[in-house]
Design a protein around this ligand. Structure first.
Ligand SMILES: Nc1ncnc2c1ncn2[C@@H]1O[C@H](COP(=O)(O)OP(=O)(O)OP(=O)(O)O)[C@@H](O)[C@H]1O
Length: 373
């Protein structure tokens, strides 16, 4: 995350529609510089309305929103939007413009001139992981995932410090979605934008969010906290339900195997780890199997490295016939094995750490600005 100074501040903001709907109810929330704040909640809980109030597509009924300390109602809408990129579901690309022209839209409006705008669009095309030959295609000639990448590139074209993303990856399949999430995190590492991201998917929120704000129907913010805090200390039963029955496991997706003890692969007992000549784990061999099938029936092993999560480790340990996971270095060569027990201990430790109100992993923001009961 970046410096953490508040870039966007909601101060007691409400939005009531003329039909009597309260979309957002007395929202006080800050979004820090260089961080991804994810807004989640059930359908109709006011996430999109909250997002659209930031670029003044919707105006609040009461309260105040500040961007970099300045009340946005006093800022000209067009000027405000110059500093705010906006990405929506299914990309919202102009169908009759090429990919390159779509990406160059905002720079052209800003008067950059054709050559500079196109050069910038080409650079962004590459940055979001698209091949140069996509430039001349039209949106309908791209897959859904590619269109979303173009949508992200278009939003970044004028290098706005703030990015609003409204369910940008909801319309693509889970595999593409995971890729897009990875790409966004990679881009964010480089660019350090202040991002507000709307989703209804708690797993996506945990994966992407530096902070997660959970809303309930009626536009009420229930809790805003880091993913670890939220998973370890949900403010109430609504949040706990929303996080789901696997919330304990989700917490383990946030910690890595680095630092969890490992030892040499076993040289006795029923299961032996078979490695290739250059030390890469191949599978578990059952030493009690008869001679003929001993080599053929290797139980597959999925080696893990320090960057893999405790959740992945637990998963692998449960599936492993030996109860051990194989650990490898960056070259895929065996460094040792870790037992189920050691992973359980590490998992318990992570829970205890996250559950401590002032724990190292969880900055104590909850009372100051997080739990709005
Ligand atoms: N223009 C409008 N006029 C009246 N009611 C509206 C209008 N726009 C939104 N609403 C209502 O305000 C509430 C919040 O809507 P909003 O779109 O912000 O929710 P959301 O959390 O983004 O929902 P979803 O996850 O389904 O997209 C809903 O009850 C919605 O029907």
């Amino acid at each position: 995350m970046g410096k953490g100074l508040p870039v966007i501040e909601f101060e007691s903001v409400s939005k009531h529609y003329p039909n009597g709907t309260t979309a957002v109810d007395d929202l006080t929330l800050t979004m820090p510089e260089g961080g991804i704040t994810v807004l989640v909640g059930t359908s109709g809980c006011g996430k999109t309305t909250t997002l659209r109030m930031i670029n003044r597509m919707v105006d609040p009924s009461s309260g105040r929103i500040k961007l970099n300390g300045k009340d946005i109602s006093a800022t000209d809408r067009a000027e405000l939007r110059r500093g705010i990129g906006y990405v929506i579901q299914q990309a919202g690309l102009f169908p009759h413009r090429t990919v390159l022209d779509n990406i160059a839209t905002v720079p052209l409006v800003l008067g950059w001139g054709r050559r500079k705008a196109r050069a910038r669009a080409e650079e962004l095309l590459e940055r979001v992981g698209l091949q140069p030959d996509a430039a001349k295609r039209y949106p309908h000639q791209l897959s859904g995932g590619q269109q979303q990448r173009v949508g992200v590139a278009r939003a970044l074209a004028a290098d706005p410090p703030v990015l609003l993303m409204d369910e940008p990856f909801s319309a693509v399949d889970p595999v593409v979605r995971a890729h897009l999430q990875d790409e966004l995190l990679r881009l964010q590492d480089e660019l350090q934008k202040t991002i507000v991201f709307v989703t209804h998917d708690i797993d996506e929120a945990v994966r992407l969010g530096d902070r997660i704000a959970i809303f309930r129907t009626g536009g009420q913010l229930v809790q805003c906290a880091t993913p670890a805090e939220l998973l370890a200390r949900p403010a109430d039963a609504f949040v706990a339900d929303f996080l789901g029955a696997e919330r304990g496991l989700k917490l383990l997706s946030l910690s890595t195997l680095a630092g969890v003890e490992q030892g040499p692969a076993p040289e006795s007992g029923r299961w032996r780890l078979v490695t290739s000549g250059d030390g890469r784990p191949q599978g578990w061999r059952d030493t009690t199997a008869d001679g003929d099938s001993a080599g053929a029936d290797l139980v597959p092993v999925r080696p893990l490295s320090d960057g893999d999560s405790l959740l992945a480790a637990l998963n692998e340990a449960v599936a492993s016939p030996s109860g051990l996971i194989a650990r490898v270095d960056a070259d895929g060569k065996l460094t040792g094995v870790t037992s189920r027990d050691a992973i359980h201990d590490a998992a318990g430790h992570e829970h205890a750490r996250a559950a401590k109100a002032d724990g190292g992993a969880a900055p104590a923001k909850t009372d100051a600005e997080g739990v709005i009961a």
